[in-house]
Design a protein around this ligand. Sequence first.
Ligand SMILES: [Zn+2]
Length: 461
Amino acid sequence: MRLPKLLTLTVTLVFLTTTFAQPAAQAQDLTPCRIQKLDATSRMSIGWPKSAASLPSIGSVNILVMAVDFENAIELGNTEQILKRALRLDKVTEYFKQVSGGLFNPNFVLFPNLVKLPFSSSYYGDSPFLDTFVNGRWSTEHLAQGAIDIVQNSMDLSQFDAAITLVSGGSVLSGNAAYAFIETSDQDPNKSDINRHIIVGQGAMNFPNIESWKVIAHELNHLLGIADLYLLSEDGWWQGRSTGPFGIQSSLAKFATDSLGWERWLLNWIPDPRIYCQGRAKTQKNLSMGPRAANSSATELFIVNLSPTKVLAVEALTHDGYESSTYPDSVLVYTVDSAIPMGEGPVRIIPHPTKITLAPLSSAIPDWNRFQTAPLKPGEYVRYENFLILNNAKIKGAVSISFFVGKDATRKFKELETLKNAKVKMTILCRKGTKVKKVTSIQPKCLDGYRKQQPYQNSKE
Ligand SMILES: [Zn+2]
């Protein structure tokens, strides 16, 4: 099954059934919040279990990196240098080190020479952007297998967990295209040892306003079993059902933040004690939260189980590194629903209500702009169904949130709205020479010639 990706980045899904080793039992039972993956044919998901064919998300993995061209290819210089410059693998390594808390270490091994495939590029496919079926195979498989067939003569491939192939010339898939796919082992008995592949076109490495390393990180996330969080439909970028700027599975733009906490949990990158799972929400909850940070033990992800396939998640955001575009001490609220297929918005942002986040859907407001103000800053709150989520403030170095249910949520909501809308009168002192006047109003201002008296002056009077 093949799904087209926004622009021309695409992914391939291959059938596999699997079992998943659950982490050792923790003091708190997180099971109710581990929503079940419904589509057993997909290797990518926002639910459990994770496909066993996925790239292991804990520890070091070895990834072979090759540049391919076609029968008349001319080597344009040092291939290793070209690969390093094009793919920015140093940034990919740094990114995963940071978002996994040092748990996942991709180790890239560059094949030193340009891999010249034996036929012209038209033999492997007929589109620079789309994976097409030509000469009995999909272009992506043709290219991956063609490269492997050549490289395996000079390299032991059994040490590799995955391969990245940069299509540096020709026309087939050399445009703004990137694919991740995992082959099933029964396809070709003579196939290589490597069955997890990323094919990326030179055009995707030079795409305006997109950093090439993010394309590689996005596709590597797919090999790890992580789903896309943008919408596949042509107008999907402004339908309010993607995660907008949150996570590189949704947006590769410069201001986009790193992976969502939910995805990090799927990859076992958040320690279980930093997750709080509330099964079948019925009661109010106050919780101290803290973002992903090396020395924090506060809850990073607060999850409320709504059904076997759906949860509400509240995630503490950090304000540095790959999440520097977000507000300090803010929390992001979203739902995760495994009954919604990938490409139709299985993860949806519940934004702080503002003019922009609530504006009617329009191509003038892409999701990455609409949701930029989605996180709840201290003092802000949002309603979802019969719940209310309030970011109280930062208390003792941690963000304090309150979660209200049912009548309590309604009562608290009314109280907060009343406070917000209250026309509170204030009094200021205005001074002109030795004259001092009191002015009391909703927005007090001093008369002409008078200056507002600063509070510290009171003590001098
Ligand atoms: Zn993708």
